[in-house]
Design a protein around this ligand. Structure first.
Ligand SMILES: [Zn+2]
Length: 69
C-alpha cells in the first residue's frame, strides 16, 4: 500500500498495489492523486456537466491508461 494525499479533500488515502496509480506514484511521488470518494464525485460532476455517460467515461479512462501507461 502507498499513502497518497488527495488533491481535493487533502486527506490521506491508501493506494493498493493492484491500482494503476500505485505504479505511477512509484515513479513520481508528487503526482497529484484523487481519492476514491472525490474521484467518484468528480465523475458525477463531469457526467452532469458534459452529459457523458459513465460507460463513455469508463471507455475514455481505459484508452487513457493504454495510451499513457
Ligand atoms: Zn479526496
Amino acid at each position: 500500500m502507498k499513502k497518497a494525499i488527495c488533491i481535493i479533500c487533502k486527506k490521506d488515502f491508501l493506494i493498493p498495489p493492484w491500482d494503476y496509480r500505485y505504479q505511477e506514484l512509484k515513479f513520481n511521488k508528487d503526482k497529484p492523486c484523487v481519492c476514491e470518494r472525490c474521484g467518484f464525485s468528480l465523475q458525477q460532476e463531469a457526467i452532469t456537466v458534459t452529459g457523458i455517460s459513465p460507460a463513455d467515461l469508463d471507455r475514455l479512462d481505459r484508452v487513457y491508461r493504454i495510451v499513457f501507461k
